[in-house]
Design a protein around this ligand. Structure first.
Ligand code: URA
Length: 316
């Protein structure tokens, strides 16, 4: 696939997500498509299992367009991926995801553009987790999950809790000791601080949905292994698809880097508007880190005010 083809796909997906302007310059998507000579052409089918990639800024430069520096420099901008290839041709499709939220303000005006992971489409062929029809069904699947070894050492599964129609999803790393004992996310010291942070932007815990990337506690709070992350991630993705929040708040390095599939430091990820499977994602410091580093409270406050602005900008 040529870089123009990759770039065209990227732009068309951004346009489908409701964006008409790119943050990188003063051109509209259609103007850029004309520049790369790709307006109106149909994309060839992508081979199963491949994802688009490539440097779209370079593609613009190659097309002689002026590229403005983004306010936040992030080394890699992922391109939204196509729905995954069928794993079982006879699998029944997942229930359709609700339509994308309506914008009252261009979200791109609120923060510099960040990383984009996944397309807005539901995972139609991803197996039983991708076809779970409710949050309760996911919780039940998590309860009996043996997809990785963590279930064997954990006391309780912690699938997440909150409103099924939440406008905000808060996503942390993994249950700690208190969460493991209670089966509830963010109920220890860090959880109390999260509750206060939410209250500061006029949200109660009951109004939002709080979850973790990992649904079982890694023993001794060790870092989850890549295999464990891969095994657990479909639960969170399906939760996001079912809830369709207006915005995701990724709490801490692990959640932000895992969801955005990047190694970029949290200090660089925060302050930008990323996209996770069609939903805006803001990254901020983990409440537990704030307890250790009060100096991070101010930037965290900026981040959650941005979350508030996004919530206020997207019509119900
Ligand atoms: N830290 C997390 O990341 N998640 C929890 O649920 C508790 C602490």
């Amino acid at each position: 696939m040529t870089v123009e083809e990759m770039f065209r796909r990227y732009l068309e997906q951004r346009r489908e997500m409701g964006e008409s302007e790119l943050v990188l310059d003063k051109l509209t998507v259609d103007e850029v498509l004309r520049i790369v000579g790709a307006q109106g052409k149909r994309a060839p089918a992508r081979p199963a299992g491949t994802t688009a990639g490539g440097d779209w800024r370079q593609a613009l430069r190659d097309a002689d367009a002026e590229v403005m520096s983004p306010a936040v420099r992030i080394p890699r901008a992922d391109v939204p991926s196509a729905p995954s290839a069928p794993s079982a041709p006879s699998a029944p499709p997942a229930p359709p995801a609700p339509p994308a939220p309506r914008m009252t303000t261009r979200l791109s005006a609120l923060a510099p553009a960040g990383l984009v992971v996944g397309g807005a489409e539901a995972e139609l062929f991803g197996g039983p987790i991708a076809r779970a029809s409710s949050l309760g069904a996911i919780a039940e699947m998590v309860r009996t999950c043996t997809r990785c070894p963590l279930y064997a050492t954990a006391i309780n599964p912690v699938p997440g809790e909150g409103s099924a129609t939440a406008e905000l999803m808060c996503i942390g790393e993994a249950p700690g000791a208190t969460e493991d004992e209670t089966g509830r996310p963010f109920v220890g010291q860090a959880g109390k601080l999260l509750t206060d942070i939410l209250r500061a932007i006029n949200l109660s815990r009951e109004e939002v949905f709080i979850a973790n990337v990992m649904k079982h506690r890694p023993p001794g709070n060790r870092n989850p292994t890549p295999d464990e992350i891969t095994a657990c991630s479909p639960y969170l993705l399906r939760q996001v698809e079912l809830i369709r929040p207006k915005v995701i708040l990724a709490l801490g390095t692990f959640a932000a880097q895992t969801l955005l599939d990047t190694k970029v430091a949290i200090g660089k990820l925060r302050g930008a508007m990323h996209w996770y499977h069609g939903t805006p994602l803001i990254a901020t410091y983990h409440p537990a880190a704030l307890l250790r580093n009060p100096g991070w409270k101010k930037p965290t406050w900026e981040d959650v005010k941005l979350v508030r602005r996004i919530l206020d900008s997207v019509a119900a």
